[in-house]
Design a protein around this ligand. Structure first.
Ligand SMILES: Nc1ncnc2c1ncn2[C@@H]1O[C@H](COP(=O)(O)OP(=O)(O)OP(=O)(O)O)[C@@H](O)[C@H]1O
Ligand SMILES: [Mg+2]
Length: 321
């Protein structure tokens, strides 16, 4: 199947602080694809570059180098008008904090204005009402309980559903969900994940599901990408990555998932060395924390290699130096 989104050698650097700052390679030579209708999880601890990748795909940041192809076209070559009218119709996003996406002084209905003004300027008021109601019902909300309310009168889960309803009015080809369920309680979280799965099944919407929570990634995705400090260390079919993790970092993450049967034996995550030092490592960024690191790991950046079908790892333990 031809890919919907292709990320090629994507790199984004920032400078930390003004004077004496070091270069943060937040995203460093990242390559991956998303097929139509595929749910892909981007997993990694805080600071691994997940949100930066989301923002680059959303055209909110400019890559330092590399390309993002959507339906075969380099998005940096699209005009402002094409981005606004066409790209944002096909690529939508839902973020972590639903409260931050609403104006506290406006009724939540106003959140739909942007979509209608930009993409359906000609629909009548009556049609607009019907479309909003239908979208709210689709995400499991009762319109009469939501419409006319202010954000503080609704729960985080209800607000997140309103935002998903707004995005899905456009039936986007790609939805970027950046920690979209992190602030919700466990049962609401699963409801929202199921909702994203349902929309994929119904409309073929692909999802880039950004999370630091491995279990959520496992629950929802077909394909999983594991990031560490701006680099992809492992990626592949979700079942393969979770049942046969190859990279020591993926193995450590999976061992760190608390086990309900074992009390207080959580191994935890090793503290990291000074942040700036990580970005100056020539070799594998994980080498200073890796219990199995060899000399070469500090010197040469391992390349992603396909060790079994649809399962890639960047690690010298598997050869290919
Ligand atoms: N505008 C910016 N200016 C400078 N540094 C930035 C900027 N945005 C991100 N960074 C840095 O880039 C790195 C990656 O940040 P990013 O927000 O992409 O991580 P993340 O994986 O989404 O983390 P989290 O799980 O905490 O959301 C971090 O070290 C961060 O401090
Ligand atoms: Mg983030």
């Amino acid at each position: 199947m031809k890919e919907l989104l292709k990320v090629e050698h994507l790199t984004k650097t920032f400078t930390s602080g003004l004077i004496g700052g070091f270069e943060i390679r937040a995203v460093d030579d990242v390559n991956f694809e998303i097929k139509p209708g595929e749910i892909v999880s981007l997993v990694g601890e805080s600071g691994s570059g997940k949100t930066t990748i989301g923002k680059l795909i959303l055209h909110l940041l400019t890559p330092t180098s590399g390309r993002i192809l959507f339906e075969g076209k380099d998005i940096m070559k699209l005009s402002k008008k094409e981005i606004k009218k066409n790209y944002y119709r096909k690529v939508q996003a839902v973020f972590q904090d639903p409260f931050a996406s609403f104006n506290p002084l406006h009724e939540v209905d106003r959140a739909f204005d942007l979509v209608f003004n930009s993409f359906f300027p000609d629909v009548s008021k009556g049609e607009r009402n019907d479309m909003i109601n239908q979208a709210l019902v689709q995400v499991g909300l009762n319109p009469s309980e939501v419409r006319g309310k202010y954000p503080h009168q609704l729960s985080g889960g209800q607000l997140q559903r309103v935002l998903i309803a707004r995005s899905l009015l456009l039936k986007p080809k790609l939805l970027i969900a950046d920690e979209a369920v992190s602030m919700l309680d466990a049962s609401t979280r699963i409801d929202i994940l199921n909702l994203l799965g349902d929309f994929r099944d119904k409309y073929g919407t692909a999802v880039l599901f950004i999370t630091h929570d491995l279990a959520l990634g496992y629950y929802i995705s077909d394909y999983t990408i594991i990031m560490y400090r701006g680099t992809i260390v492992e990626m592949g079919d979700t079942e393969k990555v979770f049942h046969n993790p190859l990279h020591p970092y993926t193995q450590m993450l999976l061992e760190s998932v608390p086990d309900l049967n074992v009390k207080w034996e959580f191994k935890g995550i090793e503290p990291e060395k000074e942040e700036g030092a990580v970005y100056s490592i020539q070799g594998c960024r994980y080498a200073p924390r890796c219990p199995r690191a060899k000399d070469v790991c500090f010197k040469v950046r391992p390349k992603l290699r396909e060790l079994e079908e649809n399962h890639w790892v960047a690690c010298h333990l598997y050869g290919g130096e």
